[in-house]
Design a protein around this ligand. Structure first.
Ligand code: SF4
Length: 583
């Protein structure tokens, strides 16, 4: 039935697995066997896909499946204590369903709510601003088996928290206007406006949007695709959430403009699994646009203009935010990043030319299609035109979304959000840059501090080693395991951070951390591994005292592993007494 509803397309495997996961709370072996048989795929392939994504499980979960967001900001706001409280209240062990099958409680990476945390997912739906009182009520609802649809609606309200608007978040655009203006102006002239605007990809890499679209258009092919990357998994980022929640028309409009320019008929929005709650509202926006003639066959009555958009739900894999992994996932595979070249603009989805841009880029492109490129290019700096959305969270009075022209200094950002006594600012998530107070005059711009938009603020009362530790655990969890430097390196770094954190670290350990960080940077297969040690390298350099004050001063070296006690179990089993074996 499920395979039939997806027209037996193997590219839809992740979506089919979602259907099973949501119906049964896990993916049984029988389902894997059936998919393999019906879709004519090797069983190991299907099992490999099911095993790759953290929201898919091979054993039953609780009727209420809860994930606490383990973002560092929420961690510092009391998430561990709240989680312990609920675990005890419901008498559940972390990660294990309660004996009566009622509930499971687990951790997950940042769910994009750090401006209104601590937050959690319950059966995929977001509950924000957790307090002990709210957890008492939730525990009661769970014990009485109250369906989610009868829980207080305010539990599931997600605020936009827009604190500062500029051109993107300013006046709303009339629906369909960008498409109408583009059709009147012509595709060449519209692409010229995007070129003139200087718009660059807002995900952080900053490739010129017009150049990417032109490459794709000029690549000979019988089909091309448009993909919107809505898999913002960088801890501390939530701007796409706001755009998709309140500006979805603008995003779809930008995708449609792109489709007309490059000659695509099919688009995909890759929605991160953590934003499951946005799936139905986004489907409703798409349905409305089809009724308005803004999507589907013969858009606005143009016989040669057909384009539609499908939503693909991710399943909890940070690496899929990278376009080369995202395309694999979109094709129903494990999200292991492809090699490049070739680049997606020439060989992307199904090896056809594909434009992959993020949510913010498409929304900006729609505005530029209406108003032209000059106004946009007049804002920002020489190499970074226009504005940037920042997701600001942490130690400040007004967390939320801020839209600033590029070139704004970190200090101005801190003033705007009411941050005081700031020790460090982590820009661009766990993989980004950690700035010390000496660097607060640096500018948010591709030529200085480039960012996908996450800004996490830590005041002087915070222990930065706690931050480093959280990021180190995050990368171990998110490494896809494909290449050794990242798979092993992230684990080694996490162990060393733990050793220092628990007071067993030595000067030698800090040297090892620097050395391993460098190996990750230079030898990893993709951007995840190449940036996974940035936070360690940055903090070792800029905040050495954070590490030094935790070191064992009397020793250069302390073993990380107690071989003698590790052998004890084997000794007991075999009855051997060889206490000096390790020598
Ligand atoms: Fe996977 Fe990490 Fe290697 Fe990237 S660097 S392919 S995430 S193991």
């Amino acid at each position: 039935e499920i395979t039939h509803s997806y027209a037996y397309q193997a590219t839809e495997l992740v979506q089919m697995l979602w259907q099973v996961q949501e119906k049964l709370s896990y993916i049984p072996t029988a389902a894997i066997d059936s998919f393999a048989e019906i879709l004519k795929l090797p069983r190991a392939y299907v099992a490999g896909v099911a095993g790759f994504y953290s929201f898919f499980h091979d054993s039953p979960r609780g009727q209420y499946d809860i994930y606490f967001s383990d973002n560092i900001i929420e961690h510092l706001q009391g998430k561990p204590q709240l989680m312990d409280y609920l675990l005890q209240k419901l008498k559940v062990e972390i990660g294990k369903p309660r004996a009566d099958g009622r509930v499971t409680i687990d951790n997950t990476a940042c769910i994009g709510m750090s401006d209104q945390g601590p937050a959690m997912l319950v059966n995929g739906y977001t509950v924000t601003q957790l307090t002990q009182a709210k957890l008492d009520k939730i525990a009661e609802l769970i014990e009485t088996q109250t369906p989610l649809s009868h829980w207080p609606t305010e539990f599931f309200q997600v605020q936009d928290n827009i604190q500062h608007k500029h051109i993107l978040l300013g006046e709303p655009l009339e629906e369909g206007l960008a498409i109408r203006v583009m059709l009147a102006r012509g595709t060449d002239a519209t692409l010229a406006e995007i070129e003139k605007s200087g718009l660059r990809g807002c995900g952080g890499a900053g490739f010129k949007t017009a150049t990417k679209w032109a490459f794709c258009r000029n690549t000979h092919a019988d089909e091309r695709y448009v993909v919107c990357n809505a898999d913002e998994g960088e801890p501390g980022t939530f701007k796409d959430r706001v755009l998709l929640q309140s500006y979805a028309d603008l995003v779809f409009e930008g995708m449609t403009v792109c489709a007309r320019i490059i000659g695509a008929h099919q688009g995909f929005l890759y929605l991160r699994g953590e934003y499951r709650y946005l799936l139905q509202p986004l489907e409703a926006v798409l349905a409305k646009r089809r009724e308005q003639g803004l999507l589907g066959e013969q858009i606005l009555g143009n016989p040669n203009f057909s384009f539609d958009i499908k939503i693909h739900l991710g399943a909890g894999a940070y690496v899929c935010g990278a376009e080369l992994a995202l395309i694999e996932s979109l094709e129903g595979k494990r999200g292991v990043p492809r090699n490049r070249p070739p680049f997606p603009v020439t060989q992307g989805y199904l090896n056809k030319p594909t434009v992959v841009n993020n949510v913010e880029t498409f929304a900006l492109a729609a505005r530029i299609a209406v108003y032209g490129g000059d106004g946009f290019a007049a804002l920002g700096t020489k190499q970074s035109k226009g504005t940037k959305l920042l997701s600001i969270s942490g130690d400040c009075l007004r967390p939320g979304i801020y839209e600033f022209p590029f070139g704004v200094s970190v200090r101005e950002v801190l003033e705007a959000c009411g941050a005081q006594d700031t020790q460090a600012v982590q820009i661009s998530g766990a993989a980004g840059t950690c700035l010390s107070a000496k660097e607060f005059d640096r500018k948010i711009a591709f030529e200085d501090v480039a960012t996908g938009g996450s800004v996490m603020i830590f005041n002087r009362q915070r222990d930065l080693l706690e931050v480093v530790r959280n990021f180190a655990h995050f990368f171990v969890h998110e490494s896809c395991g494909f290449c050794t430097p990242c798979r092993v390196g992230t684990s080694l770094l996490k162990n060393l951070v733990e050793k220092v954190y628990t007071g067993h670290g030595t000067a030698d350990d800090l040297k090892d951390m620097s050395h391993i960080s460098q190996i990750l940077k230079t030898a990893s297969h993709c951007g995840l591994g190449q940036t996974a040690s940035n936070h360690i390298a940055d903090t070792l350099k800029k905040f050495p005292e954070v590490y030094r004050k935790r070191l064992l001063v009397e020793a250069d070296f302390e073993p990380a592993f107690d071989l003698d006690s590790a052998l004890e179990e084997a000794r007991q089993i075999t009855g051997r007494r060889d206490e000096l074996a390790y020598l």
